[in-house]
Design a protein. Structure first.
Lengths: 215, 220
């Protein structure tokens, strides 16, 4: 492989971080909307839970259809760019983050609302602020779920990114390429780097949460 | 503060009725004990009387005014005179002291001296810095009581207040609710047994069974 592992790793981290942060933000907004009604949570959360099971290759195909030159978003000329991979990873990560958050948002919000009412206050602003603090561990974990889904997926990165060296090649596409040409030892090392990143990010986010957010 | 329940009924699931046609008046100052077995509807009755839960049917009159017919803003003004303590302690993230001060904080009126007074009274000063998750059940319950007492409610509703409390804290609580009643406040206590220290200060005993008020007895 002409490209060094450090460059591939940096690109993977960059693309996955952007995609997972965007998915996380969208999931927070979606979950907040769902959490305002028990019916919404019960009707729509299973939809997101089902979407978690959609193969990433199918998501990749969908994004390809949208971004291909003759597709509805073809004019954006995003196909085979890192941005296309970001869009795909965003769609892969979003349902997982929402599925993890939505029910907790509802349960915690209702509990906090009743507590606040029991103290003679009904302000939604107070309920939201207190509920958000209670949800800190859930938020951290759901971000990690989104990040893990984004950095670990292959289907999207391969179909809409193409694994172009020096441009869209990420850790998963590098592993696939190395394995396909018989470089199993390199593929295993790249795989270990991928696992190490997932573990380090999880530990770092937990550490940050315990030291800063959960106090 | 008078709270009257007129033909109040409630169902959580649309099928089973937790309360059935309750006619009851908590007519001003005093300690009202709502007595009944588990599942009798005590908690539902208390939450409705504390203006937390809107009943499925009937009306709740506060000083003669239909509470649920008022605007949100008007309801908020009345609610600020009420505090309710859940049977199982509900504590949020943060220290024991932060939780005890929560009621005052969300109302925007923190009185540190009053908080200190109650923290000492309920033996919580030694654990005030501990995270809420590390408190014992009794300490957690005491924190929820302090949280409600420090907002100086005109109507204080306590659901199974003696559960988890040791004798010393239970006696302190009886003294405090007696003082509230003497000062013109209304205290509602839901319990499945009459705590012995409570007998001497109770004004009325309301017996509730299967969602229906069976009797109201005046003791003092």
């Amino acid at each position: 492989m002409a490209e060094g592992i450090l460059q591939v790793t940096a690109r993977s981290l960059y693309i996955s971080a952007v995609a997972s942060l965007a998915a996380f933000a969208a999931a927070v907004l979606t979950s907040s909307y769902l959490a305002r009604s028990r019916r919404r949570v019960e009707l729509l959360t299973p939809v997101f839970e089902s979407l978690v099971g959609v193969p990433t290759t199918v998501v990749g195909l969908l994004v390809y259809t949208l971004l291909s030159p003759r597709g509805p978003l073809g004019f954006l000329k995003l196909l085979y760019t890192p941005y296309a991979v970001m869009v795909g990873e965003f769609l892969v990560a979003l349902p997982a983050a929402v599925a993890y958050m939505a029910r907790s948002f509802h349960t915690v919000r209702e509990g906090v609302r009743e507590l606040v009412l029991s103290l003679g206050v009904s302000s939604e602003r107070v309920v939201s602020a207190l509920a958000l603090r209670e949800l800190a561990p859930t938020l951290l974990t759901s971000y990690l779920v989104a990040f893990s889904r984004a950095i670990g997926e292959l289907g999207v990165a391969l179909i809409v990114g193409g694994g172009i060296e020096g441009y869209t090649n990420v850790l998963t596409t590098a592993i696939a390429l190395q394995a396909s040409i018989g470089k199993y030892e390199e593929a295993i090392w790249t795989g270990l780097v991928l696992i190490a990143i997932t573990v380090v990010v999880a530990l770092a986010v937990r550490f940050l949460g315990e030291r800063v957010l959960w106090r | 503060m008078e709270v009257a329940l007129r033909g109040v009924w409630h169902s959580y699931d649309g099928r089973t009725r937790a309360l059935r046609g309750v006619e009851l008046v908590f007519a001003g100052p005093g300690i009202y004990v709502v007595l009944g077995p588990n599942g009798a509807g005590k908690t539902t009755l208390l939450k409705i009387a504390s203006l937390i839960l809107k009943p499925s049917g009937g009306s709740v009159l506060v000083d003669g005014v239909d509470f649920w017919g008022l605007s949100e803003g008007e309801r908020d003004v009345i609610r600020r005179r009420v505090a309710y303590v859940h049977d199982k302690p509900i504590l949020l993230r943060g220290s024991a002291r932060e939780n005890a001060a929560l009621g005052m904080r969300i109302r925007g009126e923190v009185d540190e001296a009053l908080l200190e007074h109650y923290m000492r009274r309920y033996g919580l000063t030694d654990v005030e810095g501990l995270p809420a998750s590390r408190l014992s059940a009794g300490q957690a319950k005491a924190v929820t009581l302090v949280r409600a007492l420090t907002v100086r409610p005109k109507l204080l509703a306590l659901d199974e207040p003696f559960a988890f409390l040791d004798d010393s804290r239970a006696r302190t609580l009886v003294e405090d609710i007696a003082r509230i009643a003497e000062g013109g406040g209304t205290v509602l206590v839901a319990t499945h047994y009459m705590y012995r220290e409570l007998r001497d200060v109770v004004s009325y005993v309301v017996e509730i069974i299967s969602g229906e008020v069976r009797s109201v007895a005046k003791l003092r």
